[in-house]
Structures are given as C-alpha cells and as structure tokens.
Design a protein around this ligand. Structure first.
Ligand SMILES: [Zn+2]
Length: 340
C-alpha cells in the first residue's frame, strides 16, 4: 500500500513540473483573424481565445463579463486598432489585469506599421464617425497580414523569449504559405531566394506585371493574383467601406457604397442614387457583409442587373472560411462567380 502511494506521488510531482514547463502563453484577441495569426506564429506555445463572434460587426461588439474574465487570465492581449475594436478598451478596463494594459508588453495593437487608407483630413469628416483614424478594414489585403504577423511574432518573442526560435520559424512558415497562396508555388520557385519579399514589393509598387514580362515569367503567376486577373476593373457596389484594401489588391472597382457615410444606414434617396450608379456602370455584384441588413442591397438588385453576394469578413464566420487563406479564396472565387 505504501509503495503504491509513493509511486502515485512521484507521478503527481513529475506531472506538475512537466505542466509548468509547457504551459502555453495565454493570448486573447478581439477578432478571429487575429486568433488565427497568433496561432500560426505561436504554434504549440500559445493558447488563443478570440472575444468577438466572427459573424458580428467588429465595429459594434458588446463586452460581457465572460470577456472580462478571459482577459483577466491573459498574458497577451491583441487588438486590431484603428478605432475598429474600440470596445476592447472596456474589456481591458474591466479585466483588472495590469499585464495587458496599453503601454505594457502584454498589449499589442496589431496594425502598427500597416499603411492606412482614407485618413481623414482636418477639414473633412467625410469618412464618417466610425473611421476617424482612416479605413480600418486592412486585414482583407494579405500583404497587410504579413505586417500584422510580423508584429505578432516580435511581441510573442518579447513576452516569451524562451520560445523565440519557434516563433521565428512558425512566422517564416506562415509567410511562405501566404506567399504561395498569393503568387503560386511555381512563380516563387522561379524567382528564387526572397521571392515572396521581392514579389510583394513589386506588387505594392504596381510593377509586378512589367517585371514578370521582362523576365518571361508571366505564365508562372498562380495563386490569388492569377485568379484575380479576371477581377481587374470589375465594377462592384459594397454596403460598407469594407473592401477598400481588398479591391486595391485584387483589382475590383468599387463604384459606390450603399452607406452614404460609414455607420449610417442608407436613406431611400441614397438607394435610388446607387441604383442609377449600378445601371450606368453595369454592376453585376453587390457585396453585403453577413451582419448588415440586405434590404438596401436587395432593392438595388431588384432595379438593376446586379445580384447580392453575402460575404464574410472574419475567419470562422462560416465553415468554409475556417482559415485566413480560405477567407480570401472564398471572397475571390465567389466574387468571380457572381460577376459572370
Ligand atoms: Zn468600417
């Protein structure tokens, strides 16, 4: 009997020390795409919870006591920033967790260094009250995910330096996967070392196609960018200014938004103005994010040749967009299909 007890005690103590060594960093994110990025970079060394439901409008999330409790136990809190998830401040205030307050190493604004579009000027508030720091919907351009992933990698290393090598390795593998999805494996192999960085820079500077032509590599382009060649110049209408970054990257031409100003539902005269715009531009597709009413989009569709495409904008909003890569593939393929 005594021997049995000793044996159990040894297992118990061994179990405890093993647990202490391998306890993952507790990471909390506002949106689910940030959870996905943190998991790709953090791997086995993080346990990540996203606070917002990915089917919800990220501008308007109501903090709950459960969110505060999750934040209380966090080692690192990652928010999107750019005034999108302002509700995060309420969670941070109510969490009672000094480790994750703004300014400490346990708090990260993921979009630092992302080039922001539609920055309001002092004389104009024409972008509306919910985009006061410019358009925050930058995560729908995969090049901005490269920057966000680097921010996450650096912060994970700062908070948990003992796993720095793993974070650096995971980050590189994630970026390689994103580059393959963007340009295709074939082109990356043809360009050689640093292909993803070189091609990203060329694309951002609008130099990709002439650069590829000069090297007889045009036929090697694959991935999202090859598919999106058929999206170039396609006129679309969107409900909200959600697709400003996505459109720049993949060539859509957003001719109008149903919202007159971000955050303000379209009044009847606005709908009629958008009908006119849809007819004169030959619009075939209206992008309506899943959490907005379809009423205005259906009205415009009923009076033009356009059809309404229900869209998701966060990872996990539906089973088919279970990863960031699948979210972008879903958008590119469904817009192509709806625009035919
Ligand atoms: Zn917005």
């Amino acid at each position: 009997m005594k021997r049995k007890f000793t044996c159990c005690a040894v297992f118990f103590v061994a179990g405890l020390s093993l647990h202490a060594r391998s306890l993952p960093l507790r990471v909390v994110t506002t949106m689910s795409y940030l959870k996905y990025v943190a998991e790709q970079v953090g791997g086995d060394h993080v346990s990540v919870v996203a606070l917002a439901n990915p089917r919800q409008d990220p501008h308007y999330v109501t903090p709950t006591p459960r969110m505060n409790q999750i934040a209380y136990n966090a080692d690192l809190f990652i928010e999107h920033g750019l005034n999108l998830d302002l509700w995060a401040k309420n969670v941070l205030d109510a969490s009672g967790n000094p480790k994750i307050q703004p300014g400490s190493s346990g708090h990260l604004v993921a979009t630092i260094n992302v080039p922001v579009k539609e920055l309001p000027t002092e004389v104009s508030r024409s972008w509306g009250d919910i985009h006061p720091q410019g358009n925050p919907h930058c995560w729908l351009d995969p090049f901005n995910i490269r920057i966000i992933a680097e921010n996450v990698e650096r912060r994970l290393i700062a908070v948990d330096p003992s796993n720095a090598d793993a974070f650096a390795r995971n980050y590189r593998a994630f970026i390689d996967r994103l580059d393959a999805a963007m340009f295709g494996e074939d082109l990356l192999k043809s360009v050689g070392p640093k292909a993803g960085d070189i091609l990203t820079r060329k694309t951002r500077n609008d130099e990709l196609i002439p650069w590829l032509q000069a090297r007889h590599l045009t036929g090697r382009l694959g991935g999202w960018l090859a598919k999106a060649e058929r999206l170039q110049g396609m006129p679309v209408i969107t409900y909200h200014k959600t697709y400003v970054y996505f459109s720049e990257r993949f060539g859509l031409n957003v001719i109008a938004e149903l919202e007159d100003k971000p955050g303000i539902p379209p009044p009847p005269q606005r709908r009629d103005a958008v009908v006119e715009a849809a007819r004169s531009s030959g619009v075939r597709v209206i992008l309506n994010d899943n959490f907005y009413s379809r009423e205005a989009a259906d009205y415009v569709a009923s009076k033009s040749d356009a059809r309404v495409l229900l869209t998701y904008i966060d990872v996990g909003a539906s089973p088919e967009v279970d990863t960031y890569e699948h979210l972008i593939t879903y958008l590119v393929e469904n817009i192509l299909q709806a625009g035919r």
